[in-house]
Write a protein that binds this ligand. Sequence first.
Ligand code: GDP
Length: 474
Amino acid sequence: MTSIPRFNVSSRYTRTKEDSDDSRNIRDINRADSSRTAGSNGAAASADSTGSDNSRVQLGFANLPDQMHRKAVKKGFNFTLMVVGESGLGKSTLINSLFQQDLYKDRELGSVTERINKTTEIEKRYIELDEKGVKLRLTVVDTPGFNDCINCQECWRPIEDYIDNTFEQYFKDECGLNRKNIIDHRVHCCLYFISPYGHGLRPIDVEFMRRLHGKVNIVPIIAKSDTLTSTEVRELKERVMGDLERHKIQIYRMPETDSDDDEETRVQESEIRACIPFAAIGSNCVVESGETGRRVRGRQYPWGVVEVENPRHCDFTKLRIFLLGTHMQDLKDITKEVHYENYRAKYITERMTKRKGPREEMETRKSKNTSDAQFEALVDTEGLLKEKEDEIRRMQQLLQHLQSNKSSQGGSADGSGPPTSSAAAAVTSANSAGGAAAVSTTATSSGGPTGNSSGGAAGTAVGGAGATNGQEAA
Ligand code: GDP
């Protein structure tokens, strides 16, 4: 069973015993390989003639998973989580509880007057988590102002634009020259907070999810579930699921359990599946549990303590296991393989349509059966080529600019030779800006990712190491 993650302050990846065993295996296999090569055909022939079993020959690729594992651990992992819901539903408290940090200490809450006409904003916060040497760079995208003002008709639009911009940014980076260092800002999961006080979904909830369900993995959360009785929680969950079905909203669906998964994993996954939408409770405090006397993260009321991590009180633990323990990779895969691919196909189609005259457009419509492969080939040769040419032109301009700067400083510039790598890098990062940058971005908290191609995410990373784990009650 997956245990609840506990995070450490960042430490470097260290070489483990398994690593040294792996490298010894690889060395042995390489030695065996070279002696086989030295023996060449004769050796192979003699093996056959002696009737030895060729299927037992060790080629070494059985170590591939270990190689990939080591590489992935060294590189670390990224995950981008978005939180959406009206102000006061407990979003920031839940995020702090999930990651045992104080990510919102710098948050300023505007007055009512300020919020009357406030539109939805996008704010980013970064945390770097480390668990048993595995690093996770987490980006939390907050959306203050959503459903907060008097006229909230289009308050989902900045969020939709932001998600589109991250896809566009990624697409441009993929087509650019510096593909190796792409920073992925795509949103992998959106926790959507549903008010516990209503009777199911509200019109704004339906509108938001209808607009966004094809672009991001939506995971619905029943906020502040300690304000409801167990029966009310169950009824609200049923109503929410019914509303989703009625409005044909596709929230994130967990994949079916694998037949070769062990019994415990299967039970755990079916329990998690059964409790969606997750009934959540958040708390920034550690209090004394009424039941066990232990100090736990919870909410102290005059009549008792609500424990955040007690599965009898809410689904917080299951939510955390789902997000961090069991389904993070699947959320990333769906983002990449479904949402981004959809965006990419639509983007390319639109661009091609724009480039064509009305007559050609008619013909395209007629031959709608053109296979995807042909379509991709067409795009590669036309659209992307033009983009690359533009990029090279910009690079040349920058190079000229650098050279003229150099000569004006008295240095000798002969104007020949290839562009320097720094020039190329500068061009790539210059190209990469924009897109997501259209949205206002605040980056706070510990050591935010920096680097090129950042667009909206560049922001300003402020602050030192994250806050201490589990704060004491004030
Ligand atoms: P946000 O505006 O959505 O980020 O909401 P906050 O996290 O700032 O919480 C708003 C208020 O609700 C604060 O007073 C929190 O202490 C309280 N709160 C947060 N989570 C819960 C919860 O799970 N249950 C209850 N009853 N109150 C909560």
